[in-house]
Ligand binder design. Structure first.
Ligand code: NAD
Length: 490
């Protein structure tokens, strides 16, 4: 990138918007503008898609070995040249403490490396025909041009989950980063440019939702790989569905954390606290609802409150790299949390910790802060239990039997991640089978592993990322059936 707002990458060239329009990127710890990005105009979006279309045939036919070498080279460049700066930018644009940003950047590079190797393992199948002298070949071919649209909460990581398998498969891309946190992503992409990715294989259009919407409706885009809110995902499903585009939709969540009477509280309590409040509760697999069996309800709540009080909220994640959490992303995010907590209180919930913005003068009054908050006396009708709060709020409810706990956990329109803490293997398997979520953690508060599929049921989306399924979603199966003639019959 040469100038401040040259954030469009079209056919190998960084440039600004054709009409000169730009958008500010704000640091949520201070409410100040960090820099500007180009706001792509409709002709820019069209040019980016056409560049991806033009580059597709050659990239689709590039041998896996060459694609793998390029992707590995890019990640070597990213780690050695850009990672530190990308992590700092990530903290500045989305607020997470620096150590969490470094972790995200490192994991993103691992994902690209993992799929680089997979690009050499894409094969197909073949079999003798069932009805006469034919032989069938199942070819795996890339889906085509992909629009990758990502949110602000894990902007680099969630892009890597798309670029890794998609580039390995032979797809070309137009990337639409989030307008709230595009800067670290641009450095990640620069590493691929530095490594020599052919012009047009990877294009970037920055801007807000209207830019994403143009990609969704563009007739030359074959697949939409989207991570973001359920509302936006529903809109995309309707529009892209009409054109029969391929879809991967990773949407919102409302993860339950079920604590059985035999759970090891020394593990369950800190893991619940971490998953409820890290990244200020702004993770799709954050713990949103905690259900504790009656016998251990009091000790669990007591210890949960104690640990929550000890959490360190960074006033600036660059200065406090190892803090537990930082600010929220923007004023609307804080407002939503206020509403959910306020309404729950009005309906009888009690706030045991937090419940407001910090009053300490070390926090910038222009920043978007909200304290980690614990609620009890909650019920299933409250919005905090039904909707994705996407903030630092942990409502805790009681259950009596495991069956009831599972029922309460399943009482949500979402289905992304669930967690169960128990030392009873039967209970663990029973719960894992009955919970209607795309990922279930048993005695572990994270369901992410590059080799395992990640994704949601119902309101949490369609399709899977990571694992073999993540690669398959960038490939079309083509059945080639060949009839051969017995010798002498020609
Ligand atoms: P969002 O839906 O507001 O925006 C996501 C992206 O879509 C942004 O780049 C935005 O500019 C773009 N966009 C907005 N309107 C669009 C439209 N009509 N057409 C195309 N693109 C459009 O979501 P957000 O606030 O950035 O992210 C938070 C949400 O993402 C939460 O709901 C969270 O749970 C979800 N999320 C899900 C996962 C997962 O893997 N399931 C992971 C992270 C975040």
């Amino acid at each position: 990138m040469t100038a401040m707002s040259d954030t469009l990458l079209i056919n190998g060239q960084w440039r600004g918007s054709q009409d000169g329009a730009a958008l500010p990127v704000v640091n949520p710890a201070h409410g100040t503008v960090i820099r500007e990005i180009a706001k792509a105009s409709p002709p820019d979006v069209d040019a980016a898609v056409r560049a991806a279309v033009g580059a597709f045939p050659a990239w689709a036919e590039t041998p896996g070995r060459e694609k793998a070498a390029l992707m590995h080279r890019a990640m070597d460049i990213f780690r050695s040249k850009y990672l530190d700066e990308a992590a700092r930018l990530l903290t500045q644009e989305n607020g997470k403490p620096l150590n969490d940003s470094v972790k995200e950047c490192r994991y993103s590079a691992d994902v690209i490396d993992f799929y680089a190797d997979e690009s050499r393992r894409i094969t197909g199948a073949h079999f003798a025909g069932d009805l006469g002298p034919t032989h069938s070949f199942i070819l795996k071919q890339p889906v085509g041009v992909v629009a990758a649209i990502v949110p602000w909460n894990f902007p680099v990581d969630l892009l890597a989950w798309k670029l890794g398998p998609g580039l390995a498969a032979g797809c070309t891309f137009v990337v639409k980063p989030s307008e709230e946190a595009p800067l670290a992503v641009l450095l990640f992409i620069q590493a691929l440019v530095d490594a020599g990715i052919p012009p047009g294989v990877l294009n970037v259009v920055t801007g807000a939702g209207d830019v994403g919407a143009q990609l969704v409706e563009h007739p030359l885009v074959n697949k939409i790989a989207f991570t973001g809110s359920t509302a936006t995902g529903q809109w995309i499903a309707e529009r892209a569905g009409r054109q029969m585009k391929r879809l991967t939709l990773e949407l919102g969540g409302s993860a339950p954390f079920v604590v059985c009477r035999d759970a090891n509280l020394d593990i369950a309590v800190p893991e619940a606290v971490r998953r409820a409040f890290s990244h200020t509760g702004q993770i799709c697999i954050s713990v949103n609802r905690i259900f504790v069996q009656q016998d251990v309800f009091e000790p669990f709540v007591g210890r949960f409150v104690e640990l929550t009080r000890k959490l360190r909220v960074a006033a600036d994640g660059l200065d406090e790299p190892d803090a537990d959490m930082g600010p929220m992303i923007n004023a609307q995010g804080v407002e939503k949390v206020r509403q959910h907590v306020g309404e729950a209180q009005a309906q009888g919930a009690r706030v045991l910790v937090g419940g407001d913005a910090p009053t300490d003068s070390r926090y910038d009054p222009n920043g978007f802060f909200y304290l980690p908050t614990v609620l009890i006396d909650v019920n299933a009708q409250m919005r905090v239990m039904q909707e994705e709060t996407f903030g630092p709020v942990a409502p805790i409810a009681m259950f009596h039997t495991l069956e009831q706990g599972i029922q309460m956990a399943n009482d949500t329109p979402y289905g992304l991640a669930a967690y169960v803490y128990t030392q009873d293997l039967d209970a663990a398997f029973y719960a894992a089978r009955r919970l209607n979520f795309g990922g279930v953690g048993i005695n572990v508060n994270d369901i992410t592993d590059i080799r395992g599929e990640f994704g949601g049921m119902r309101g949490s989306g369609v399709g899977r990322e990571l694992g073999e399924g993540g690669l398959e979603s960038y490939l079309e199966a083509k059945h080639v059936r060949y009839r051969y003639q017995p010798p002498g019959s020609r």
